[in-house]
Design a protein. Structure first.
Length: 199
């Protein structure tokens, strides 16, 4: 994706993110990384182990999607909203209205440039959210590595979910919700270092 980035925009926004990180470290703002992820009965398992002579099979099945809108704070607190309906701007607005009603200090929400995040309805709500101390910062285009929550989705899909969780829709949704509820525990944790651009 690097070849698709605008180098000027990228450099400018990375400098702004550096400033946001400094403000967060100084205690002036809360910094939150937001994004959506979808979970279906189509496993994302790159490898597995089984006893010699025993075959384990997973049959891919298309169907329902458990969509999660996650908000990962820089201190690893996690808030999530879930739906089995289509994830659209109305859903994200509903989530952010709830989130904005509970924040206790100026908060900067970092989002990518997905069309859902820049929908007309979303842009129309920004002024209202800013009056409640919630500010949105859009990442430079084609820069998922700058969004900390992408690491969380990758860990869930490729490490923390196992073949047994894909036996049914119920076992999958229960597993995903359990992992999200337990994030930050010894079992499900990510030890983030400071971002490369502030080191």
């Amino acid at each position: 994706m690097k070849s698709k980035q605008d180098p000027v925009e990228y450099a400018q926004k990375v400098e702004r993110m550096k400033l946001l990180w400094q403000l967060y470290k100084a205690g002036y703002i809360d910094l939150v990384f937001g994004d959506e992820a979808g979970f279906q009965l189509v496993p994302c398992i790159p490898y597995g182990w089984q006893p010699i002579g025993e075959r384990i099979s997973i049959v891919p099945r298309k169907g329902k999607t458990l969509s999660i809108f996650g908000l990962l704070h820089a201190d690893n607190r996690l808030q999530c909203y879930s739906t089995e309906k289509t994830t659209d701007a109305d859903f994200i607005i509903q989530c952010l209205d709830d989130f904005a009603s509970k924040i206790e200090c100026p908060t900067v929400l970092i989002l990518d440039n997905a069309p859902i995040h820049k929908a007309h309805k979303m842009m129309a709500k920004r002024r209202e959210w800013e009056q409640n101390n919630l500010f949105i910062f859009f990442l430079p285009k084609y820069s998922p590595h700058l969004n900390r929550i992408e690491t969380l989705w990758r860990k869930i899909k490729y490490e923390w979910l196992h073949h047994k969780h894909f036996r049914s829709w119920k076992t999958l949704t229960n597993a995903v919700k359990s992992i999200l509820a337990s994030f930050g525990s010894d079992l499900y944790n990510i030890n983030f270092s400071d971002p490369y651009y502030v080191i």
